[in-house]
Design a protein around this ligand. Sequence first.
Ligand code: CTP
Ligand code: MG
Length: 241
Amino acid sequence: SRTAAVIPAAGRGVRLGPGAPKALRALNGTPMLVHAVRAMARARAVSLVVVVAPPDGATEVRTLLSGWLLPETLDGVEVVVVPGGDTRQDSVRLGLAALPDDIGTVLVHDAARPLVPVETVDAVAAAVRDGAPAVVPALPVADTVKQVAAAAETGGPEPVVGTPDRSLLRAVQTPQGFARGTLAAAHEQIAREGEGATDDAGMVERLGVPVVVVPGHEEAFKVTRPLDLVLAEAVLARRRI
Ligand code: CTP
Ligand code: MG
C-alpha cells in the first residue's frame, strides 16, 4: 500500500500576530506551506500530499501551490487541497477523509514545521512500515518542566505541585506516522466522545495502541511566535550557503 502525508494548514496563526493565515506567510520569500509540501514530497515513501486549507481558502491555496510547485519538481507526487475545520483535530479528520483506499500509511505534518529535514520524515515513515502503528519524532526537553495547580484564576503566583523527571520527558514534533486504520479509528472515537487531544498520537494513546518515539530534529521546530520566524529565516539562509 502507499504512504500519504496530510498537512494541516488551516490555522490562523493567532500567536504569530496579525496577517495572512500562518501557513501562507513567507519565509525568505517562499510561503511556509510550500516549504512543508516540498519536505513531504521529497520523502522516499510519500506519493500523495493532502493539504488542509483554511475552511474558506481551498481555492486560494490550490492556486498558490500550483504557482509554486511545478509538477516536474514534485517527482510524481500528487498534491490535493481540501478545506479544513475550526480545530486542528477537525482539519486532520477532513484530510484523512480525502485519502484514497490504497493508502495504508499516513504521516500528519504541521504546515507550521516547514523546515523538517527529509531524513526525519523518512525515519518516521520507515518505522511505521516496519510495523509500529504510531510513531512520533521527539527531542529531549531542554528546560526543566514544572507542573502547577489547576488555574485558580486569582492572577497571583501559581503553586508548583511537582517536577517530573526531565530525563523521561520528550518534546514531540511532526510528522507523526500511523497505520491508517489506527489513526482513522482514533479520530472517529474521539470525535464521537466529543473530546480533544493536542496531537494525533495522543488520540491513538487513548485507544490503548502503543506509540513509539524516534529521534526528532532541531530544525523541525514549530513556527508559533514572531521569534520563530527569525530562527526559520536564519536556518534557511544557512542552508543556501
Ligand atoms: N491547524 C489546522 N486547522 C486549525 C488549526 C490549526 O489545520 N483549525 C494547523 C495549523 O495550520 C498548523 C498546525 O495545525 O499547521 C499546528 O497548529 P498551530 O501551530 O497551533 O497553528 P495555528 O493554530 O495556526 O496557530 P495559533 O494557535 O497561534 O492560532
Ligand atoms: Mg493553534
